[in-house]
Design a protein around this ligand. Structure first.
Ligand code: DC
Length: 221
């Protein structure tokens, strides 16, 4: 791992807004972006395509190692397939959380994630960016929000896409996924001891971006 490349690590539960935050900060700084959740989603989606059992650790590990993954112009390309939309469904999200609980899969994609640290810098978003993948990151953010606020944001996103969903079901799914991500033995979702904690429940995305850009200017630039 090249520790001279500056890294901004953003961790937090699903729906906290970290994906949007990471993309905006990366664009503002002109840095590379790693959406690490997409990697677990890709493994889950490819397992579904190939009819593999996502609970089989060795099989999932071999699958993760065999994939040729690239993110050209914000799209998701795996081998010769475009999986940009396919990996974003709720079902794949739930399966990705099961795949992400397998230590062998996490180990298999560790180097792949670290290779995203290229000049002039990297904004990495996930659950263990500051704790496991980039423990030397110059700035670590832990972005949280209440489960209710996160369910409501997701509900509005899906509604805007014309999809009909139940807010109560979404809240249940979010709480279930949180529990699995926080309680797993390997690389559980938790704030690094040196992370800047931000609770976005009552904040707009603009307010969160301003806070993070101020911290980035002080600590990274
Ligand atoms: O952020 P997301 O919803 O795209 O992530 C999908 C799943 O992958 C989520 O349940 C948690 C898991 N994940 C993880 O365990 N570690 C990461 N660094 C990123 C995501």
């Amino acid at each position: 791992m090249n520790k001279s490349i500056p890294v901004l690590a953003i961790d937090g539960p699903s729906g906290s807004g970290k994906g949007t935050l990471a993309a905006r900060i990366a664009a503002e700084l002109g840095w590379h972006l790693l959406d690490s959740g997409a990697l677990y989603r890709i493994v889950a989606a490819m397992a579904v395509r190939r009819g593999l059992d996502v609970e089989q650790e060795q099989t999932m590990c071999e699958l993760a190692q065999s994939l040729d993954i690239a993110f050209p112009d914000g799209r998701v390309r795996v081998d010769d397939l475009d999986l940009t939309d396919e990996i974003r469904t709720e079902d794949i999200g739930v399966m990705a959380s099961r795949v992400a609980a397998l230590p062998a899969v996490r180990a298999a994609i560790l180097e792949l994630q670290r290779n995203f640290a290229q000049a002039p810098g990297l904004v990495a978003d996930g659950r263990d960016m500051g704790t496991v993948v980039f423990p030397h990151a110059g700035l670590k953010i832990f972005l949280d929000a209440s489960a209710e606020a996160r369910a409501e944001r997701r509900y509005n996103q899906l509604k805007n896409k014309g999809l009909s969903v139940s807010l109560r079901d979404l809240l249940e799914q979010i709480e279930e996924r949180d529990a699995r991500d926080r309680e797993r033995a390997t690389a559980p979702l938790k704030a690094a001891s040196d992370a800047l904690l931000i609770d976005s429940t009552q904040m707009t995305i603009e307010e969160v971006c301003t806070t993070v850009m101020q911290a980035a200017t002080q600590r990274l630039l």
